[in-house]
Ligand binder design. Structure first.
Ligand SMILES: NC(=O)c1ccc[n+]([C@@H]2O[C@H](COP(=O)([O-])OP(=O)(O)OC[C@H]3O[C@@H](n4cnc5c(N)ncnc54)[C@H](O)[C@@H]3O)[C@@H](O)[C@H]2O)c1
Length: 367
């Protein structure tokens, strides 16, 4: 069988450019076509990246395509992923896996029934800085994990995204939009979450777009835009999380991780690189050498490349459906906790994906 894995991309909007650019650095990926509901968008992206624009149906029907990469908006993720499974394809979706836990479970069950793989973004936890942080924790430098903080707070994406509506529709909001980066990275560092508590509020029911070309248009808000919560991890650590589209500015770092012997500052989990800082008890923060590759650029699609290698070598892939479903359940649990005034027990079990270094040859992703 060919070493390369045939890829079809559905969804040619904002993020597709980052994928198409990064995919060129992973020889295992053979892009056989890209498609969008909007044909003009697909045609323009195809010309930009020297790939072929095709009909959505043609991608599903192509026997040389093994994986459908789903870069559509959140509310279409599960629909498109189920269509891909029905067509006999593995599928990898942008985050979140689905807009609620129930549809995520449906997707996971469908994949299991068909013995096909599902994967999902984010794959930034495979970045060199996050893998370095994990290596430090695994070496025991912070001692016994105790807790941490995870913070993403901004004034809202209507400042820059040309079509920000989906961020405020069901399936959007800061938790489902940005939570996947933070919670996935924390699972990479600490393992699975066991319980969730939290509050979710909607300070404004309407927002005004200030980006072009729709500057001045008002859009409705269907979801909470400020979430404050706590996650208890199965390893015993307790982490505070704040996700907001309602904060004008703040001074928190994205991720801090505490242990009995030290504190780690983990860089922005929306990026692959950044400085990892370690404070050993009694000392001061020191920048750590990044010991892992993929810290020096935007490798968005490395999760797809890892999936492709995993298919060929018959091993588990890292940005996998079990991890994404667990993260989706955790994210939804903040809302349930807020609605019910209770602490929510997480039902899905997942394992930390293997450290990336176990699949690296000459420092790069291989079998
Ligand atoms: N924009 C970013 O910076 C960014 C970063 C990381 C992740 N993401 C994620 O990527 C996904 C896409 O975001 P985006 O910013 O590219 O959105 P976008 O609105 O710019 O593009 C989405 C595209 O999907 C197409 N589409 C929607 N439903 C479809 C369907 N059923 N079949 C085929 N095409 C369909 C739309 O026509 C549109 O072109 C979202 O899940 C988002 O959370 C976006």
């Amino acid at each position: 069988m060919d070493e390369k894995v045939g890829i079809g991309i559905i969804g040619c909007g904002n993020i597709s450019g980052a994928y198409l650019k990064a995919m060129a650095s992973f020889p295992v990926l053979d892009i056989r076509g890209i498609a969008d509901l909007n044909d003009d968008l697909a045609t323009a992206r195809a010309a930009e990246f020297n790939v072929t624009a095709r009909d959505i149906a043609a991608l599903f029907a192509d026997p040389d395509i093994e994986v459908i990469v789903n870069l559509t908006v959140p509310k279409a993720h599960v629909t498109v992923a189920l269509q891909a499974l029905d067509a006999g394809k593995h599928t990898y979706s942008e985050k979140p896996l689905g807009i609620n836990f129930a549809e995520g479970k449906r997707l996971a069950e469908a994949a299991k029934a068909k013995s096909l793989r599902i994967g999902a973004a984010p794959d930034t936890f495979l970045g060199g800085s996050h893998q370095t942080a994990r290596e430090l924790i695994d070496q025991g430098v912070i001692g016994q994990p105790v807790g941490g903080t995870a913070t993403f707070m901004c004034p809202g994406h209507e400042r820059w995204h040309p079509n920000p509506d989906f961020y405020y529709e069901v399936g959007g909001g800061p938790m489902l939009d940005m939570g996947p980066y933070y919670i996935t990275d924390l699972v990479n560092l600490f393992g699975p979450v066991s319980q969730v508590a939290g509050f979710a509020i909607t300070p404004r029911t309407e927002r005004t777009i200030t980006s072009e070309p729709r500057n001045g248009q008002r859009i409705p808000v269907q979801v909470p835009t400020h979430v404050a919560g706590v996650m208890a991890f199965a390893n015993g650590a307790v982490v505070q999380i704040g996700m907001s589209f309602d904060v004008a500015g703040h001074r928190h770092v994205p991720l801090e991780v505490y242990g009995t012997e030290g504190t780690l500052i983990v860089p922005d989990p929306n990026n692959f690189g950044g400085e990892v800082e370690l404070l050993r008890k009694g000392g001061a923060f020191e920048v750590q050498e990044t010991t892992q590759p993929y810290a020096d650029g935007n490798y968005r699609s490395i999760g797809v490349a890892d999936l492709a290698h995993a298919i060929r070598s018959n091993r588990p892939h890292r940005a996998n459906g079990s991890l994404a479903l667990h993260v989706l359940e955790v994210m939804e649990a903040f809302q349930t906790a807020s609605d019910t005034g209770r602490t929510i027990t997480i039902t899905t079990a997942t394992e930390r994906p293997d450290a990336l270094s176990s699949s690296l040859i000459d420092g790069r992703l291989a079998r």
